[in-house]
Ligand binder design. Structure first.
Ligand code: SAM
Length: 457
């Protein structure tokens, strides 16, 4: 590993780090660190499966994140069926600090403003335990789609994915969120060992441009936060301009905020590529009820009306038969987009309802329950990922390293076990769903979405 660094960057880091610069620069000659986070929605720390995962990938704990570990890169956890089952998320260890500092709690309203591909969103969702509402936003449509897929694999039942400019959200939901994370677009100096493009794109001008962009987005983050709420600002870059100086500017511009903690992780001192995070709190008393300082957005008609209620009745019929162990979060509302039915959680005080989502681009308007086709309900892959195998009436369990699991992930149908009744069921590994099948005439027909199938050998 030998990254060629721009001269101007080396000079700036020497100036910034003084006597420590040699150690820092030497880190670029060492291999990078690989990390993953176990998904607490699917696996607890005392679960024997956690010990098997730890042994398989040679996991070592990350000090600042209870669910975070480094792994031996040669074990390739990203290719294991446990990954397809959403049991963990591959994430660079130092990036885990920002969501830990955000400290989201079950039942809260939380916004991840620059969220793709979803490392921190899935981490926040894990900490929320499926309660409350998490809005994950991404400005770029292609990246928002990847974010929605990662949210789905992690089994987040209480997340909405939006594809909006930060100011669109700020105008819609001022002072609505208990916690906001801004993991800002930055010059990515902490990505240099991982991504040669980040080195090529770096220049002093790019740093200045990123700092300006951060100052455009931060006021939106401030506006979206409730009085008494917590904002975490983070980057994966090292220069002071995009970190301490941006936060200094923010504190001068928004005196209602105070800095309660500032953390830096460095590749020569800590396990990982490096990260910056600032915890900022807004003065005031936090309330559960949302009191919009501006009139609420006018409602759209696509989400309301008889269609959604009828589709929900079909879902309930399906769930009573095929998924008797699963209950939808009690507070929420059904949304129907064409033939697709979603469940939008509506915790106490949430302004994120059907009407307020009108005219927003929504890669994931809530938990996708399924589609109504010719009067019949077909469950969505997202639903399979949000439940556990034990909740299903039919289940086909196979070992993760079995030929059957590999065949299922390639999209092949499998023979049905003796006595399995006709209908929808879940293919599972270690009790965790990989996706749906439909059993009939001795065959489990594969219903894994085509885009998620592994290539045939
Ligand atoms: N939080 C993510 C995670 O943990 O996986 C990583 C986010 S990345 C550092 C920053 C994101 O900001 C990128 O996905 C980028 O597309 C998005 N972005 C770029 N320009 C933006 C803007 N003007 N406003 C908001 N987000 C922007």
């Amino acid at each position: 590993m030998n990254t060629v660094l721009p001269d101007a960057y080396v000079e700036r880091m020497r100036r910034q780090l003084g006597g420590e610069a040699d150690d820092f620069l030497a880190s670029y000659r060492r291999p990078r660190t690989f990390g993953l986070r176990l998904n607490p929605l699917k696996i607890g720390p005392a679960d024997p499966l956690a010990a098997r995962i730890a042994a398989a990938f040679k996991l070592k704990p990350v000090p600042w994140c209870g669910t975070g570990f480094t792994y031996d890169e040669r074990t390739r956890p990203g290719r294991h069926p446990w990954h397809a089952a959403g049991l963990y998320y591959i994430q660079e260890p130092s990036a885990m600090i920002a969501a830990e500092l955000l400290d989201a709690r079950p039942g809260e309203l939380v916004l991840d403003l620059a969220a793709a591909p979803g490392g921190k969103t899935t981490q926040i969702g894990g900490r929320m335990g499926g309660r409350g509402l998490l809005v994950a936003n991404e400005i770029h449509p292609g990246r928002a789609k990847i974010l929605a897929e990662n949210v789905e694999r992690a089994g987040l039942a209480n997340a909405v994915v939006t594809n909006a400019e930060p100011d669109e959200l700020a105008a819609r939901w001022p002072e609505a969120f208990d916690r906001v994370l801004l993991d800002a677009p930055c010059s990515g100096e902490g990505m240099f060992r991982k991504d040669p493009d980040a080195v090529r794109e770096w220049s002093p001008e790019a740093v200045a441009m990123c700092a300006r962009r951060q100052r455009d987005i931060l006021p939106c983050a401030a506006r979206l936060l409730k009085p008494g709420g917590r904002l975490v600002y983070s980057t994966c870059t090292f220069n002071r301009e995009e970190n301490e100086e941006t936060v200094g500017w923010f504190l001068r511009t928004f005196p209602e905020f105070r800095l309660v903690r500032e953390e830096r992780l460095w590749p020569h001192r800590d396990e990982g590529e490096g990260h910056y995070a600032a915890v900022l709190e807004k003065e005031g008393e936090r309330t559960e009820r949302w009191r919009s300082p501006s009139p609420p957005a006018k409602g759209g008609k696509r989400e309301r009306g008889g269609g959604a209620a009828e589709a929900l009745a079909l879902y309930r019929e399906f769930a009573a038969e095929a998924l008797p162990g699963f209950e939808l979060p009690p507070a929420g509302e059904p949304l129907l987009f064409g033939e697709s039915l979603f469940w939008l959680p509506r915790p106490e005080g949430s302004p994120v309802g059907a009407a307020s989502l009108a005219r927003l681009r929504l890669p994931r308007p809530g938990l996708h329950l399924g589609d109504v086709r010719k009067g019949r309900f077909e469950p969505a892959h997202a639903l399979a990922m949000a439940v556990s195998g034990s909740m299903a009436a039919r289940r086909r369990e196979a070992a993760p390293d079995s030929p059957e699991t590999a065949a299922y992930l390639r999209g092949e149908s499998l023979p049905a076990p003796d006595g399995l009744a006709r209908g929808w069921g879940l293919a599972t590994v270690d009790g965790c769903p990989l996706g749906w099948f439909k059993a009939s005439d001795g065959v489990c027909k594969n219903r894994l979405p085509k885009g998620l199938r592994s290539p045939s050998a």
